[in-house]
Design a binder for this molecule. Structure first.
Ligand SMILES: Cc1ncc(COP(=O)(O)O)c(C=O)c1O
Length: 424
């Protein structure tokens, strides 16, 4: 695996809370915490699921609702720049993923974007019948692939292999290799550049899902030769619940692809109301219909936080935070049955860190009751995604302390911590 300097960061051997305070005092990103509205007495380690709320997004939402919607009404499509917002926000995201100008647009959800890009990619490889993915992919991505291939009805095979077998499974029958860069459970990272090169060498295209990568690891989609990518904005980009996703199309492919959902927002002249579809130039053609402008406005404001943030520092701090949590949990909770899953080598881990424990669901609920918010992934995984923008080293120390308390007291066995609701 090609490593960046930040991947080699070692976790300092921390043995006291005071040492964590010292790390926070020296943290170049520490002041960014002020940009977020965080609830009091909560340690929020779920930034990999739903990011915290930026104060600027609240202001922007209020302006977008009162001034732009209530007062400006329909004129705001032009006067408040609503119609341009998906592209403008896309340019901000492009900088975070190493994409050139004009290659990213904010639209829809990951699921919809994956459907659009996979359909477009398969059209570019009409004589091949295999779509290759791995069993660490997010299940919803696999459902989308299954639905698309069934809908196409052209006898495509969805080949699902283990993550470490992807490289060997790429051959000249493969039309598209589609993978999620960072495993949502284990935090294992794929080698994006070398897998993309292997796909290209076999004549295949790549579609990457950057949901767990954008805003927490350094990415270089252009340098890695990526053809297509999707990602969401509600995790480390803090766009808000259900904020629209984004998609990337490499510049050399943009004029060669078409969206299967050829709606008016992707038309060259949407307001000509012509009866036949003419794709717009460039990335705009991958839009389909009207976008959620209040969500888009909140996201746009959240993206401004990144203006002066160096992703190298974000990655460096992220690795230190997850490395610290992994080492504290191993030291204090290892003998209580908690086991680290996923990479043990720092640079191979994404932005979250996960542990296996038989009663993981109940432990996560009991931790939430003690003010530490992580999440549970079936069947037995506790997952923690500390955003480097607003999580401190002392938070990690305190979270590990509370985890040890929850486990050793066995308070998680209380029935109230074992009741499952719709969203786990
Ligand atoms: C890796 C990954 N891919 C896809 C999705 C689904 O995204 P959406 O709900 O925007 O379609 C998620 C959601 O968390 C995800 O984590």
């Amino acid at each position: 695996m090609v490593r960046r300097q930040t991947d080699l960061i070692e976790t300092p051997a921390v043995t006291t809370r005071a040492e964590c305070e010292a790390l926070d005092a020296a943290d170049p990103l520490a002041s960014l915490r002020q940009a977020f509205q965080l609830p009091r007495n909560i340690i929020y380690l779920d930034g990999n699921s739903l990011g915290a709320c930026p104060k600027a997004s609240l202001d922007r939402l209020s302006r977008a609702a009162s001034n732009e919607w209530a007062d400006g009404l329909i004129g705001s499509w032009n006067n408040a720049g609503w119609f341009e917002l998906p592209r403008k926000a896309g340019e901000k995201i492009a900088k975070l993923i190493g994409a050139p100008e004009g290659s990213v647009i904010v639209a829809d959800t990951i699921s919809v974007n994956l459907f659009k890009l996979m359909a477009a990619a398969l059209e570019l490889r009409p004589n091949r019948r295999v779509v290759l993915t791995d069993n660490g992919n997010f299940p919803s991505d696999i459902y989308v692939l299954q639905g698309l291939l069934r809908h196409l009805g052209r006898g495509h095979e969805l080949r699902v292999v283990a993550p470490e077998e992807v490289n060997a499974a790429i051959d000249e029958t493969v039309a598209v290799v589609t993978l999620t860069d960072i495993d949502y459970r284990t935090s294992r990272r794929h080698e994006m550049a070398s897998l993309t090169a292997a796909a290209h060498a076999a004549g295949a295209l790549t579609v990457w899902d950057l949901a767990h990568s954008v805003g927490v690891v350094e990415l270089d989609v252009e340098g890695s030769g990526v053809d297509f990518a999707v990602g969401c904005t509600y995790k480390y980009l803090n766009g808000g619940p259900g904020s629209p996703a984004f998609l990337y199309v490499a510049p050399d492919l943009q004029e060669r692809v078409q969206s299967p959902i050829s709606g008016w927002w992707g038309h060259a002249e949407p307001f000509a109301f012509d009866l036949s579809y003419q794709p717009a130039k460039g990335i705009t053609r991958m839009q389909c219909g009207t976008q959620p402008m209040l969500s888009m406005a909140a996201l746009d404001a959240a993206l401004d936080i990144w203006k002066d943030v160096a992703l190298t520092q974000v990655r460096e701090k992220s690795l230190r935070l997850t490395g610290l949590l992994a080492s504290l949990v191993a030291r204090r909770c290892g003998q209580l049955g908690v086991e680290l899953i996923g990479p043990t080598v720092q640079g191979e881990r994404g932005g979250h860190v996960s542990f296996r424990y038989s009663s993981a669901f109940a432990v996560v609920q009991a931790l939430i009751a003690r003010g530490v918010v992580g999440d549970f992934r079936a069947p037995d995984v506790m997952r923690f995604g500390p955003s480097p923008l607003y999580i401190r080293f002392v938070d990690i120390w305190d979270a590990a302390t509370r985890l040890e308390e929850v486990l050793s007291s066995r308070e998680y066995e209380h029935p109230k911590f074992n009741r499952r609701r719709a969203v786990t």
